[in-house]
Design a protein around this ligand. Sequence first.
Ligand SMILES: [Zn+2]
Length: 150
Amino acid sequence: MSTPSFDDLWNAVTLWAEQQSALILAQGRALTPAELALARQVGVTQPERVRVLTVPEVPFPDDPTLRALADQVGLFPERTGGMTLGHGIFMRDDQAARADIWPHEFRHVAQYECFGSIKTFMFFYLKELLHFRYGPGPLETDARAAESYT
Ligand SMILES: [Zn+2]
């Protein structure tokens, strides 16, 4: 298997993220009044569009190329408590009681709003993962900085 180009990875990640986001928006719940307020506090401009789908495990792509990418950058399903895809948030049921996870995921929503599309967000997020691996890059650092808002 040849090494995929950045554009191949970007397109594949974007397609997967758009599909999963649509699933969350169709099946997820709206935010509670307290969650709406918290989302606004960390910079979400359209918190009424956010949906949360509680899941036993946050889904990862089945595509072997994307699974290998996740491994390579240090993203592991068993260590993932939440994942934000546009205005959709996957929340693992055993992590939902954590106070820090909500402002973190809401801040990712604000980042998507800033970039204007899942595709544009994924351009920068994928660059960040490939350069820094998962954790120390600017978008994750920005989301972690929001964790103290509760
Ligand atoms: Zn994050």
